[in-house]
Ligand binder design. Structure first.
Ligand SMILES: Nc1nc2c(c(=O)[nH]1)N[C@H]1C(S)=C(S)[C@@H](COP(=O)(O)OP(=O)(O)OC[C@H]3O[C@@H](n4cnc5c(=O)[nH]c(N)nc54)[C@H](O)[C@@H]3O)O[C@H]1N2
Ligand SMILES: Nc1nc2c(c(=O)[nH]1)N[C@H]1C(S)=C(S)[C@@H](COP(=O)(O)OP(=O)(O)OC[C@H]3O[C@@H](n4cnc5c(=O)[nH]c(N)nc54)[C@H](O)[C@@H]3O)O[C@H]1N2
Ligand code: SF4
Ligand SMILES: [Mo]
Length: 852
């Protein structure tokens, strides 16, 4: 047992290195509020962390009706007991923050005033009915989240699709993981993570494409460190314009850090693809049998030599060759992809190119070889599954009449009500409609677009204008809520029950631990209350949705997944109360205990009648028709799809000579509504900054901590500079810092919000906005006289040693469990086998999935 670990200073906690093919040891991390001891906790309530997509299993400590801490669940497949700094320090303090929303608010004479549910919902219902009467369902829009529960998304999807019939529904998942979904659909026919976290235990190389996992999925990164620091470690390759801790580890393991210029991912990917062909690292037999499109792909990348890509990306061609060799000569490669690809130029094409590499090597659906097109938000996956992001529930194809009819039968409504006459409206278009007032009511739940959407000045104007009535449903008075016409107080995590699914399809139940404050209601209660007040019914006159409460909603959702790749039918709340979350598909007949890895039979859901989309041209976004899809006869084979590289929309010019890119830091979550209220986390990264390369800082005569003004054609920010580890020619800004915690006088000018600078441009296929490619200029404003507030512990670390190190977490404890009886029925894990238990190769489910 190790006590008193400062997990602000020690982000990943004590390591438990182990050899390839052995079980990841368990380590149970606990943090309790000061003054609380494990003995004084009243009770523990089962849940999983909602501060990123990793979905670490945890229990919530409750004392006197308050959430006072968390403890990792040692038996959970996802985290084997570990929690990261956000999970430990950020999970609970926000809940008892004195500034929680406790009553509905309505705007009266220009000011938001406290009200009651009857009045506030009355206004929402009245506006909905008026718009429906006057303009029809297309005048109503919904913008939701990646942070609600399955039950809540499904309720919203039914309301939007079966009751109202509006195609204008999307989530902030559009900003987050729309490209993950799009790349799966293009390559494999449907959404769904092929790989598994257990691949980490078996791989010999790991490629991280635009993914700063060390800061954004800290527990998953610990899992990788436990391999790279053990015997026979995997080699890492990192593609990132910053020298992140991932890049450090790539270099340490003898791999490569490819600091490709922002916006050039696809050029690099095309060169890597070409290398596989020219060195004959292709598994010809597998490709022949299980894919279509090889010849076209070869033609697309034929001219993409490492020299050609090196020129575009600013890379040494030898490094590109080295990275390609690692991919081509490793038997088991695991790849992860995230925002450096999804939010950067040619997002879908570059992410599909990662799938292509795996398909060409025949490395998919096999132990140790997998793709993790990552998610970011804890429940982004569920929004995509349930269809509150515009897709149809259950990965159904809106363009397939049979799929639409299945839903119409399930909901007992006429198929013509379900919007399927055109592709669903994406978030960027929804805001455009709201800007014009053609959407007359926009209902925003669990997201803060005033800070998180690109080009903030425009978004504030849309939300604050009279052309559109805005409803905001949140825990706090966010920058978005301040602009709303009606504000609805929501219950958050731990204050309601529901389920959600992490990156690798693992479903967790999160039980209610405490009462929500004041009159706050769960999002499920709010949505079903709306349905009731609107009087929605099915064709037989029964209320729609007919179910109430989370467990009934979950049962209804299960019915919507029957026969689809995303099969939940074998799950139940009771089953989820076991020691671990369970990865879907779960089917009583075929996979009663869940499925660790998809496509083990190399059969993909690409059949024309089964697939979620007929696909797109990756360059233009032009849709493939059903007839064209049938002619390709994929019938279970995966698609190899290529695309030419083109330059980004905005490239450096004389006026704006630098590349502007944005992202995250380890201690803050998004717009900080939770982490900004957790003292330890907030003190570790209390204010905004920008990162400059040492070379650019020198030529701008900027030193550590100086105040600089960063300007793009759309806006400007003034913040302190960290002279740091970003590549020359690029500027990096965290996007976490809005205005909610600033004194009034400082709110407008000068701004510190990164999205003042970003542009309204999105990927042609996934429609995900590009937060990572813009041009900017930097001017020094004044001397800083003190270091910038950027943390010293990770990618924003300064090269200078005289900046005080980031410290300050209160004690947490880590208990090593040895031996590790994760699954008592697995002989490899029986007591005594301990940490070096050898897992059987082959059927992956025997390593992690067997929990019978
Ligand atoms: N601490 C913390 N963790 C989080 C979150 C958080 O807010 N804070 N949010 C969660 C969510 S919702 C998400 S989506 C994930 C995001 O997780 P990540 O994708 O890992 O995070 P980002 O910082 O957005 O971007 C990753 C990296 O992309 C690099 N990058 C920028 N431009 C380019 C480019 O053009 N090409 C390439 N190859 N790389 C580029 C940046 O330098 C950055 O290091 O994190 C999740 N986890
Ligand atoms: N420049 C730039 N911009 C970005 C990104 C970037 O990398 N760069 N990343 C993008 C990405 S990947 C993401 S995911 C978005 C995130 O952007 P947002 O979704 O705007 O970020 P959050 O701060 O997580 O907002 C979630 C809101 O939901 C509230 N909330 C939490 N739980 C609940 C609940 O149970 N019910 C209700 N009703 N409300 C709840 C919180 O208080 C908070 O206000 O930002 C995007 N914007
Ligand atoms: S890795 Fe993500 S899910 Fe796990 S504890 Fe950290 S924030 Fe929570
Ligand atoms: Mo995200």
């Amino acid at each position: 047992m190790t006590d008193s670990i400062d997990r602000i200073a020690d982000i990943w906690g004590p390591l438990t290195p182990h050899a390839r093919g052995t079980v990841w040891p368990a380590r149970v991390d606990t943090h309790l509020e000061e003054g609380i001891t494990p003995d004084s906790v009243d009770h523990w309530v089962q849940s999983a962390c909602v501060l990123c997509s990793n979905g670490c299993g945890c229990d919530i400590a409750v004392k006197d009706g308050r959430m006072v801490g968390v403890r990792g669940r040692g038996g959970d497949v996802v985290n084997h007991g570990r929690l990261g700094p956000k999970g430990l320090y950020g999970s609970t303090p926000w809940a008892s923050s004195p500034d929680r929303l406790t009553r509905p608010l309505v705007r009266r004479d220009g000011v938001l005033v406290e009200s009651d549910w009857h009045t506030a919902m009355g206004k929402v219902v009245e506006m909905s009915k008026r718009l429906l009467d006057e303009k029809g369902p297309l005048s109503l829009g919904f913008y939701t989240s990646g942070q609600l529960f399955i039950e809540e998304y499904y309720a919203l999807a039914v309301i939007g699709k079966a009751c109202l019939g509006t195609p204008h529904m999307d989530g902030n998942t559009r900003l987050c993981t729309a490209t993950a979904a799009a790349s799966f659909k293009e390559s494999f026919g449907a959404d769904g993570q092929p790989g598994s976290y257990t691949d980490i235990e078996h791989c010999d190389a790991i490629f991280l494409f635009g993914h700063n996992m060390a800061e954004t999925q800290t527990v998953l990164w610990t899992r990788i460190l436990d391999r790279t620091r053990g015997p026979n470690p995997p080699t890492l390759v990192c593609v990132d314009p910053r020298r992140t801790r991932v890049a450090d580890e790539a270099i340490r393991t003898g791999g490569v850090h490819l600091a490709a210029k922002v916006g050039t991912n696809l050029a690099l990917m095309n060169a890597l693809t070409r290398e596989l062909f020219v060195n004959d690292w292709v598994d010809h037999e597998w490709v022949q049998e299980h894919t279509v499109g090889q010849q076209d792909l070869l033609k697309t990348v034929e001219h993409c030599t490492p020299e050609w890509a090196g020129e575009i990306c600013g890379l040494d061609p030898a490094d590109i060759r080295r990275a390609a060799r690692i991919f081509g000569e490793s038997d088991h490669v695991l790849s992860t992809v995230l925002q450096g690809f999804y939010q950067s130029h040619q997002a879908t094409a570059a992410s599909v190119a990662v799938n292509n590499l795996h398909l060409l090597r025949g490395q998919i659906g096999k132990v140790g070889s997998g793709v993790l097109q990552m998610n970011g938000q804890p429940t982004a996956q569920n929004n995509r599954e349930c269809g509150a992001d515009g897709d149809l529930p259950g990965f159904r194809n809106w363009d397939n009449a049979a799929h639409v009819q299945e839903l119409a039968d399930l909901w007992d409504v006429d198929a013509s009500v379900i919007p399927h006459w055109a592709p669903p409206t994406n978030a960027m278009e929804i805001f455009r409609h709201a800007e014009e007032g053609t959407i007359g009511m926009l209902w925003v739940s669990a997201t803060n677009p005033a800070v998180s959407m690109p080009q903030s000045a425009r978004i504030r104007k849309i939300l604050g204008g009279d052309q559109c009535f805005v409803v905001v449903q949140d825990l706090f008075m966010t920058e978005t809520a301040q602009l709303a016409d009606v504000v609805l107080p929501a219950a958050g995590w731990g204050e309601k029950t529901g389920t959600f699914t992490n990156v690798n399809r693992t479903v967790h139940l999160s039980e209610k631990a405490v009462e929500p404050p004041g009159e706050a209601k769960s999002d499920l209660e709010i949505f079903t209350l709306y349905a009731e007040l609107m009087g929605f019914t099915d064709r037989s006159g029964r209320p729609l949705p007919s179910w109430r409460g989370p467990e009934e909603a979950f049962e209804a959702w299960k019915a919507a997944t029957a026969g689809r790749p995303v099969d939940y039918t074998g799950l139940s709340y009771d089953k989820l109360r076991g020691p671990s979350g369970i990865p879907w598909p779960v089917n009583i007949r075929t996979a009663p205990d869940g499925t660790d890895r998809l496509y083990t039979d190399a059969v993909f859901p690409t059949h024309t009648d089964e697939c979620e989309t007929y696909g797109h041209d990756l360059l233009t976004g032009g849709a493939v028709t059903e007839t064209e899809h049938r002619a390709l006869a994929p019938a279970g084979r995966a698609f190899l799809k290529g695309c030419e590289w083109t330059p980004a929309h905005e490239v450096p010019s004389d006026e704006y000579p630098l590349l502007f890119t944005t992202g995250r830091t380890v201690y803050q979550f998004h717009t900080r509504t939770k982490t900004g209220r957790a003292r330890r986390l907030n003190e570790a990264a209390p204010d905004a900054w920008v990162e400059l390369s040492t070379e650019d800082a020198a030529s701008l005569e900027v030193t550590e901590g100086d105040v600089v003004r960063v300007e793009s054609p759309r806006g400007a920010i003034e913040v302190q500079a960290r002279v740091g580890r970003v590549m020359k020619g690029a500027v990096f800004a965290p996007f976490h810092y809005g205005t909610w915690d600033l004194p009034d006088a400082k709110v407008d000018d000068p701004s510190r919000q990164a999205n003042e600078l970003t542009m309204t441009v999105w990927d042609p296929v996934s429609k995900q906005p590009y937060f990572k490619t813009a041009a900017c200029r930097v001017v020094k404003v004044r001397d800083g006289h003190r270091p910038s507030p950027a943390p010293t512990t990770a990618a924003s670390a300064p090269p200078r040693a005289d900046v005080p190190p980031t410290r300050g977490g209160t004690p947490t404890s880590s208990v090593m469990l040895d031996p590790i009886p994760l699954y008592p029925n697995d002989p490899a894990q029986s007591p005594g086998a301990g940490r070096v238990a050898v897992l059987p190769e082959g059927d992956a489910r025997t390593s992690e999935g067997d929990r019978s």
